[in-house]
Ligand binder design. Structure first.
Ligand SMILES: Nc1ncnc2c1ncn2[C@@H]1O[C@H](COP(=O)(O)OP(=O)(O)OP(=O)(O)O)[C@@H](O)[C@H]1O
Ligand SMILES: [Mg+2]
Length: 217
């Protein structure tokens, strides 16, 4: 199995209080699968994506990728895991503020052939006239589309997308979803947090989080 989560638990401490964000979350994802994740605000969706993406250590449980324990590896291996396998569309985008839209995407390319795709994707996402602007000069939806292109430009094995259409108008949302579908039909695996019923239809599997537990498979 490509990705296996086994009994993932994550807690945060605030003073004396311990707050459990994820409890005993387990599921598997095969290559080419498309999983959608829903759940109320605060149910742990972003935390879950961050754990899968190699960014937040769980307190208990294991994340296996191609059979290897992601969090048992060295920092160097962990960063290689992120770089080689994961494309991440963060809920807050996390574009580099001092790089232009184009430079943000270019930075994520691993091969010259990937850089050649930038212009095409920028055009598809109606960003051509904005490519030399800095993130602070862009609307939220424009930043979100730029963050999306950055996530797929390196042709990752697994795309983790945190509400990637949350700020988009219907037309841009349709373009982005068709790019995700294309990514998926070319063999890429997808985990998407989305409340959009259209997205759920594209996914071939679904889980719902409730108070940090998987409520619906
Ligand atoms: N670094 C942190 N320190 C303390 N608590 C945190 C931290 N990160 C997240 N939490 C808490 O964990 C819970 C889950 O957060 P998370 O961001 O995963 O929720 P979410 O399901 O993505 O919500 P939303 O739909 O609003 O994006 C929240 O109650 C949040 O306050
Ligand atoms: Mg979130």
């Amino acid at each position: 199995m490509m990705l296996e989560l086994k009994n993932i638990t994550k807690k945060y401490r605030k003073g004396e209080e311990i707050f459990t964000v994820l409890e005993d979350v387990s599921f598997v994802l095969g290559k080419g699968e498309f999983l959608s994740v829903t759940g109320p605000s605060g149910s742990g969706k972003s935390t879950l994506l961050n754990i899968i993406g190699g960014l937040i250590h769980p307190d208990a449980g294991t994340v296996l990728f191609e059979g290897a324990d992601v969090y048992e590896s060295s920092e160097k291996q962990l960063s290689r895991y992120r770089k080689e396998n994961i494309g991440f569309v963060f809920q807050q985008f996390h574009l580099m503020p001092y790089l232009t839209l184009y430079q943000n995407i270019k930075l994520a390319c691993h091969k010259p052939s990937q850089c050649l795709q930038i212009e095409t994707l920028i055009k598809k996402c109606s960003l051509s006239s904005l490519k030399n602007k800095f993130p602070s000069e862009l609307s939220v939806g424009e930043r979100q589309r730029a963050a999306f292109i950055r996530a797929i430009i390196s042709e990752p094995v697994l795309l983790l997308a945190d509400e990637p259409t949350g700020n988009l108008d219907p037309d841009n949302s349709t373009v982005l979803m068709s790019l995700i579908q294309e990514f998926n039909s070319n063999g890429g695996s997808v985990i998407i947090v989305s409340h959009d019923p259209g997205t759920a239809k594209l996914a071939n599997r679904h889980i719902s989080l409730h108070s940090g537990r998987v409520a619906i498979y």
